[in-house]
Design a binder for this molecule. Structure first.
Ligand SMILES: *Cc1c(COP(=O)(O)O)cnc(C)c1O
Length: 434
């Protein structure tokens, strides 16, 4: 790319891609009378236009029926969580009894660790990536302390090599082997929130199982970003949030995956496993007999404690249906093209302005999702202010890291080209630095 593409060229690329039509299913934030260049779908996905109506259906049933909405609403609330199984199995590659939508992400991470981290069995260590998302690290450390352990020795954090930005799978595998039979479980972000690196989840699972440990993933930045095959990869457990790439609204419901062999184990057919329990995990047929003893659902639903927060989850359904309507593999294909295009545009801006724009994210498309994390060396807050003032919504981390995600569901080639022109003008105005 010698020069930046023109808006006309970008629009032609958009016209040639049938998936461009998805954008009109979303509300785009506005800036100066036109669509903002919104690249923070990795932080909060945009609102599907059908969200308000879906929410209104539940509000109307509540108004019209009161408590009877549990059984006689359009979507009876008593089984409300069943509505998410199709979407979640599609996105995770799970079997229907391996997934359930519930709670918030960090809450679910704790619930899963109660089941998958049992240091009494002699294995006391949890392995994760260095600089994990803070909430995950807090959860892991507090679980270790809950069991009387010491995070300084029981949390094994794998860091990139000196001078490198991402983890090599071989280094994760080596750390797993080294920890050996002291390792209880591996818990890593499927896609790293900071660098955008996509891990070889299947390879990590295999290494963990070889030393007798379980392996789970935080999929906050992975769900709806790349296709997954959690069941076939034999992932033990996973959790995610739905307000990032899943576009289900601020603080929207999380979800979990529990491999069927553990669902069986927890039924009492295999090894003993701890689980925190509540009435919505009880066998649905006899739940309302209100008997004192817990009879688990034969599925991941056994981990569900409370009845579904219907108003929160109504939008989740609309959002998942959009994924089902096109399919994750078509979205991934478009995502690969959009991100490669962004990479080219950033490269062209660097060259045209004589700026060092270093991409922290792996250059191999197979080792990343849609996000690129870019360091504008020598630049600071003024560059971010310039971008925001011109309608570019990106995430900024000091000293000068721009995290941005061209989301295949609603971002366009035009967004990327407009961003390129704003970035170029900003760098020219602020002058080339280091
Ligand atoms: C976004 C994110 C969270 C947020 O946790 P909540 O419990 O939903 O507030 C946690 N972990 C990771 C890796 C994230 O990306």
């Amino acid at each position: 790319m010698k020069d930046l593409p023109s808006l006309e060229e970008a629009r032609a690329l958009d016209r040639n891609d049938p998936l461009s039509a998805l954008r009109k299913e979303f509300h785009l934030p506005q800036h100066g009378g036109q669509d903002a260049m919104y690249f923070t779908g990795n932080s909060l996905g945009l609102q599907p236009k059908a969200a308000a109506k879906a929410l209104q259906v539940e509000l109307d049933d509540w108004a019209r029926l009161g408590v009877e909405g549990h059984f006689h609403g359009q979507h009876p609330w008593v089984n409300y969580h069943d509505r998410f199984v199709d979407g979640l199995t599609h996105l995770t590659g799970a079997k229907p009894h391996e997934v359930v939508a519930m709670n918030g992400l960090t809450v679910n991470l704790h619930l899963l660790l109660i089941s998958f981290y049992n240091p009494k069995a002699g294995r006391t260590k949890i392995l994760c990536e260095a600089k994990a998302f803070p909430s995950d690290r807090y959860a892991l450390c507090s679980q270790i302390k809950l069991h009387g352990g010491n995070p300084a020795t029981d949390l094994v954090e794998v860091a990139p090599r000196e001078g490198e930005h991402h983890l090599r799978t071989e280094d994760i595998v080596a750390a797993i082997q080294e920890t050996g039979d002291a390792l209880a479980t591996v818990m890593i972000g499927g896609v790293n929130y900071y660098t955008g690196q996509l891990h070889d989840m299947e390879g990590i699972v295999r290494a963990a199982h070889k030393v007798g440990a379980t392996c789970g993933f935080d999929l906050a930045h992975t769900m709806g970003n790349v296709p997954l095959e959690l069941h076939n990869w034999e992932v033990d457990y996973a959790c995610w949030c739905s307000y990032k790439y899943l576009n289900s609204g601020p603080g929207a419901v999380s979800g979990v995956f529990i491999h069927e062999r553990h669902v069986r184990d927890a039924q009492g057919l295999g090894t003993a496993m701890q689980r925190l329990e509540g009435w919505w995990g009880h066998d649905a047929e006899s739940r309302f007999k209100m008997a004192p003893d817990f009879v688990p659902m034969p599925s991941a639903e056994a981990w569900q404690m409370s009845n579904a927060p219907v108003l929160n989850m109504a939008v989740h359904k609309v959002a998942l249906d959009l994924f089902l309507s096109v399919g994750m593999s078509a979205l991934r294909e478009r995502s690969l093209r959009l991100t490669a295009f962004l990479e080219e545009v950033v490269g062209a801006v660097a060259e045209l302005t004589g700026t060092s724009l270093e991409i922290l994210t792996p250059r191999d498309p197979e080792a990343r999702g849609c996000q690129l994390s870019i360091v504008a060396h020598g630049h600071g807050r003024a560059l971010f202010d310039h971008l925001m003032a011109h309608g570019v919504v990106v995430d900024w981390r000091e000293p000068a890291v721009i995290r941005m995600a061209p989301v295949p569901m609603y971002n366009s080639f035009e967004d990327i080209v407009r961003f390129g022109h704003v970035l170029k003008a900003g760098l020219e105005e602020l002058g080339p630095k280091a």
